[in-house]
Design a protein around this ligand. Structure first.
Ligand code: ADP
Ligand code: MG
Length: 496
């Protein structure tokens, strides 16, 4: 954090805010902290046996426990705890004994009128997430809780105000959630997007979440405040709900920061609020003034015992963790020396194992990553590392032109066949080196005037004539000659 306590800027901010207007020319810093809710990939709900599955006819994934019927008791899902521990360990958090609490509120989407959550004793405490850019965002906590049902307001533009009636679907009620809370360490919308993308990749890597923001299995609440650059004290924040994609997250944060800066610049104060992002309007609107913890009347859940994962179990989970995106990026970067952006992309697409294997098989790293990035964006399909390495050897020795390589690659991804067989089937007979030299000499003999212009020409004229001869050779070979070899032969014959 850029805390510089005791600076003169602090005094200015104290004098200038709220309500007195910020001095002319103030530079503003945006401060962002995120609360990410991830639905855990369990078979059943957090405290009962109905399925944890997206969609379905309303009120079909339900049972007496998640409906809060009298006389029912929650039973904790062990797999949900394991997934929470996996995420905690992946984030470098401390896995602690925890207790569940009742978070009371008065909405119809939780039939019990409370949500079972963790409050002052969460399962995962602390941790950090290192982003591809190198930025480190600290994690406050990651705790377990149950999801709520879904209310749909009918009429009145889908908001509760002015609605004629509301429908409630309890399919989602009781689905296990992990709420991951970051420290207010991000300084721009772009950083917040990067954080969510990296967190999502981490959750997917450890098998905790499917990461689908569009299905609501990953939901982000974004807290944002602004302050004059150089000030250490945090400004008053707003929490933005209803951001359903990385793109909305970026737009919502940029809009909200601008709104707050305009308020402060014109001498008004920012009110601490929960605000709703309207994707179509491109703005946030006030939803409610912020609740305080006391509003929820938290108290320990009397129907569940404290949760204390055994040390040996936690260590076993740690030992079985897969490589995390950060570790995979480092592994690929070390093996290839390629640019970070390209390395990140390949890891993001899950093509890094194939890339490493192909390099191991002797393929040049730069060519492997280039082809994966540019020609296999849609996935590698049936392509094998050995096949890719063989194909790149054929490209290297100019048995195939770069256009032919692309076609062969697409075919290999579809059929899984070896490159030589595919090239033969596609009719890509390589033009041999001797054959090509004879052809180039024939073209020179047949076009003496053009050859004279090539040899005596400079710059543009020379380029044009090179194009002419390359075109002739290509026509004679039906496009199967390697352009680089033709250029080399022409240069050699012209004595340059
Ligand atoms: P609450 O009690 O309202 O849940 P927390 O202290 O738990 O508040 O913080 C919730 C989220 O808001 C965290 O991600 C935190 O980083 C972020 N946050 C807190 N204060 C600020 C602030 N002034 N500006 C931006 N984000 C903030
Ligand atoms: Mg909180």
């Amino acid at each position: 954090m850029s805390d510089r306590p005791g600076s003169g800027a602090d005094a200015l901010w104290a004098a200038g805010s709220p309500g007195l207007g910020a001095p002319e020319g103030t530079e503003w810093e945006t401060v962002i902290g995120l609360e990410v809710h991830a639905e855990l990939l369990t078979r059943t709900k957090l405290f009962s046996s109905s399925p944890n599955a997206f969609g379905g006819e309303p009120n079909t994934h339900i049972d007496p426990v998640c409906l809060g019927l009298p006389g029912t008791l929650p039973v904790l899902n062990r797999h949900a705890v394991e997934l929470a521990v996996r995420v905690g360990l992946a984030l470098g958090a401390e896995v602690r004994p925890s207790i569940f609490a009742r978070k009371n509120y008065f909405y119809p989407d939780m039939p019990k009128d409370y949500q079972i959550s963790q409050y002052d004793r969460p399962i995962n405490v602390g941790g950090r997430l290192e982003l591809p850019s190198g930025k480190v965002v600290r994690i406050e906590r990651a705790h377990l809780e149950e999801d709520t049902g879904k209310t749909t307001h009918m009429g009145g533009a889908g908001r509760i105000d002015g609605a004629a009636y509301s429908l409630v679907d309890y399919n989602r009620a009781g689905v296990p959630l992990l709420e991951i809370v970051s420290r207010p360490d991000m300084r721009s919308a772009a950083e917040a997007r990067e954080f969510v993308a990296e967190l999502r990749a981490t959750l997917v890597a450890v098998g905790a979440s499917d990461g689908k923001m569009e299905e609501g299995s990953l939901r982000v609440d974004a807290n944002v405040s602004v302050r004059p650059a150089g000030v250490s004290r945090l400004g008053t924040r707003c929490e933005i709900k209803n951001v359903n994609s990385l793109r909305s997250l970026g737009r919502a944060l940029e809009h909200e920061a601008r709104r707050q800066i305009e308020l402060l610049t014109s001498g008004e104060a920012v009110a601490q609020q929960t605000r709703h992002w309207d994707e179509d309007e491109g703005r946030t609107t006030a939803l409610r003034s912020k609740e305080e913890a006391t509003d929820y009347r938290y108290f320990p859940e009397p129907d569940l015992v404290p949760l204390a994962p055994e040390g040996a179990w936690v260590e076993q989970i740690r030992a079985e963790l897969p490589l995390l995106p950060r570790q995979r990026r480092r592994r690929l970067a070390d093996a290839t020396d390629e640019a970070p952006a390209r390395v990140s992309l390949i890891v993001e697409r899950g093509q890094d194992d194939l890339a490493l294997e192909a390099v191991e098989a002797g393929a040049p790293a730069a060519a492997v990553l280039k082809h994966l990035e540019q020609n296999l964006a849609g996935g590698t399909g049936a392509l094998t590392a050995a096949g890719l390495a063989e194909l790149l050897a054929m490209e290297e020795s100019a048995e195939l032109t770069s256009n032919q390589v692309k076609d062969v690659l697409a075919d290999m991804a579809r059929t899984g066949q070896a490159p030589a067989a595919v090239a033969r089937r596609l009719g890509f007979e390589a033009v041999g080196a001797g054959e090509l030299a004879v052809l180039v000499d024939r073209m020179i003999a047949e076009h003496p005037e053009e050859w004279r212009r090539l040899c005596s020409g400079e710059g543009r004229e020379r380029k044009k004539m090179q194009g002419f001869f390359t075109g002739q050779v290509m026509r004679a070979t039906k496009g199967q000659a390697d352009g680089r070899r033709v250029a080399a032969l022409l240069a050699e014959r012209a004595g340059s």
